[in-house]
Design a protein around this ligand. Structure first.
Ligand code: ZN
Length: 107
């Protein structure tokens, strides 16, 4: 349940534990939270298209709540995160945790 507490906020999280200089995403539109990367980051449009296609194949709509709460979406979302390359720091950890809810962090 790490994501539910907001402890895994990608850049935001890494900045907090001093493994990254800034919580800001490389696109500079917001902090690098799970929700930002999943739903809106312009740096990952191609990966997002593949994720949307995979989700619609499972009958899952591209809505934040569905992405973060439906068990069938978990593996697809985890695959997206791995594809973006953002989670290299977390490879070797339990990617199933990625299906959990994220907490948006305001900059
Ligand atoms: Zn971004």
């Amino acid at each position: 349940m790490q994501l539910r507490t907001g402890r895994i906020g990608l850049g935001a999280y890494l900045a907090r534990i001093n493994r990254r200089d800034s919580a800001r995403c490389d696109c500079d539109l917001g902090n690098q939270t799970v929700a930002h990367v999943l739903l809106e980051c312009p740096l990952h449009i191609e990966e997002r298209v593949r994720m949307r296609n995979a989700l619609s194949g499972q009958g899952i709509s591209f809505r934040r709540d569905d992405l973060l709460t439906r068990p069938e979406a978990r593996e697809i979302v985890a695959g997206f995160m791995v594809e973006t390359g953002i989670l290299t720091q977390f490879l070797g950890t339990d990617t199933a945790a990625l299906g959990m809810e994220a907490v948006e962090e305001k900059s």
